[in-house]
Design a binder for this molecule. Structure first.
Ligand code: ATP
Length: 260
């Protein structure tokens, strides 16, 4: 369909462990529409990162297919960039050089490359930190460099694996707001793997809730609230509660491992 960017069809993934094939993902089917932000929530080990890696072409499916803009994903592409929890910046390069390095395959002139890197660093508010090195930056600033580096490639989709999990609550809220603002400006698709129910309800248009052993999608929850959202609003609490109930947290049967 014209408005579908990612189409996951009957996806299965097994890994060999102790000489036995272990089914990690079973029969995953989902669509991500152009311009959408989706979140994937589930218990630790249910296969969220594996699903993200399959969508990004970093793993090969055991069965099934992933279509990106109608074509089968057969490997990583610069149209879908992965953003990790631990920034992955080169410590010996300054902020500007870290972003410029990611642009080398684009074949831009030196001036164009610099202008593009500066544009996206300004977009994340780091225009005054171009010459600083990663060790001189806070975790939140390092993640902003990583976001600028991903955006500078101008991908259609950014795959985020718990991008703010290493940050304190205030920095996390701040970066969630930044991400929302940037996403609305750039219209980049975002697939967000998170443990943070609040983060999923705040950012996502739809939340995919996964079950474990083997990993599968149990329920899809559309978050029908205008953005930016108010975390203290009753409707926000409604969705938060609905998702908490999916995980039986209200009955305290599960060990709490989420940021709520
Ligand atoms: N490359 C691999 N080789 C073998 N097993 C793997 C590999 N990658 C993941 N697994 C296994 O697949 C299962 C799902 O892992 P995955 O990292 O996708 O889960 P997750 O839901 O992202 O977990 P977490 O929330 O803890 O990051 C786990 O049992 C893990 O050990």
């Amino acid at each position: 369909m014209a408005d579908t960017l990612v189409h996951v069809q009957q996806l299965q993934k097994s890994f060999v462990k102790n000489e036995k094939a272990e089914l990690v993902l079973k029969d995953i089917s989902m669509e991500i529409k152009k311009g959408e932000t989706v979140a994937v929530l589930g218990k630790s080990g249910c296969g969220k990162s594996t699903l993200l890696n399959l969508i990004g072409g970093f793993h090969e499916p055991t069965k099934g297919t992933v279509l990106f803009d109608g074509a089968e994903v057969q490997g990583p592409s610069r149209r879908a960039i992965m953003l990790f929890q631990h920034y992955a910046l080169l410590p010996w390069k300054n902020v500007l050089a870290n972003v410029e390095l990611a642009l080398e395959p684009e074949g831009l002139s030196a001036d164009e490359q610099r202008a593009r890197a500066e544009k996206y660093l300004a977009l994340v508010g780091l225009q005054d930190s171009l010459g600083q090195f990663p060790s001189e930056l806070s975790g939140g600033m390092q993640q902003r460099v990583a976001i600028a580096r991903a955006l500078a490639i101008q991908p259609e989709m950014i795959l985020m694996d718990e991008p703010f999990a290493a940050l304190d609550t205030f920095t996390r809220y701040y970066l969630q707001d930044e991400l929302l603002r940037i996403q609305q400006e750039e219209k980049t698709n975002i697939v967000l793997v998170t443990h943070d129910i609040d983060e999923a309800v705040y950012l996502a248009d739809r939340v995919f809730i996964m079950d474990a052993n083997p990993g599968r999608i149990r329920r899809t929850v559309p978050i029908e609230l205008p953005k930016p959202r108010d975390r203290s609003d009753r409707d926000f609490q409604y969705y938060r509660r609905l998702i908490l109930d999916e995980f039986n947290f209200s009955r305290q049967e599960e060990q709490l491992e989420y940021n709520i």
